[in-house]
Design a protein around this ligand. Sequence first.
Ligand code: CP
Ligand code: NVA
Length: 336
Amino acid sequence: MNLKTNFSAFSGKNFLKLLDFTPVEISTLIDLAAELKTMKKSGIPHKYLEGKNVALIFEKTSTRTRCAFEVAASDLGMGSTYLDPVASQIGKKESIADTARVLGRMYDGIEYRGFEQNIVEELAKYAGVPVFNGLTNEFHPTQILADFLTIKEHFGKLKGINFVYMGDARYNMGNSLMVGCAKMGLNFTACAPKEYFPDEKLIAQCEEIAKETGATLNFESDPMKATENADVIYTDVWVSMGESDEVWKERIDSLLPYQVNRKLMDNASENAVFMHCLPAFHDLNTGIGKEVGEKFGLDALEVTDEVFESPQSIVFDEAENRMHTIKAVMLSMMSE
Ligand code: CP
Ligand code: NVA
């Protein structure tokens, strides 16, 4: 392989959560993704995993993650099989442990998107091949690799970046971004009402990591204080996949003051960027956006259309980088 990044230490590993990886390892994955991105843009073939196959289990829906895994697999010369949220036996007729042992006999790697983190951990325990977390309720680690590659491309560094996460910080994105920032030495601020801050045990774990890396962790309920000097303002949907529609009212009542709008972006650093893992409710052009927007008299939810469509928004760079980073994860962990 004519690659500069040395990833031999990753062979056979699972990618379940960022807590399992050192800052140097996370950096290596980001560098490998950047290298693979350059190869792809230069039209240099990189079918390093020819003859292998990956299974893609999706118990929740997806656009970016599924397409990123499928395109990355194809670029690496692999076959892939998509198992959708209804058409497989998983969880209903067959346990996770049995599914893992079956797929582990046929495939060289397995991606899982679904519910509790312990499901993907269990899958990894029984599969005998590398397992990749494509999003659970608690963590979305491949998204963070893409976000950090994007920040690095934009600012030339990760360490010392003032990173503000607005909105529900208790779920997969808030948790994973806090862990990622702690690992990579960013200054992380979660901005939300107190009851939307991440789990205290996870905060304590991240505070220990931050002592080693120089990261800082802040929890702030005042949006103007939180966004002052921010380099990155990041948000996610207020109601995540798998949650009941009944929580919309409570979320809107609590989180509307945390909507990312022009006033917040103007309060941040001059060169601040807006980021979002997507999909985003920035207008009424989606089924849910229209229904919720009309019911509550709003034309946008977590981010205004003005910010989403502004030159400060780098959301589509992030989306593209899902593919390059997922490719780095599969290549490094599925290579012998
Ligand atoms: N950001 C992300 O995971 O998008 P999908 O739900 O479309 O995969
Ligand atoms: N928090 C969101 C992230 C989507 C990529 C969800 O779980 O639906």
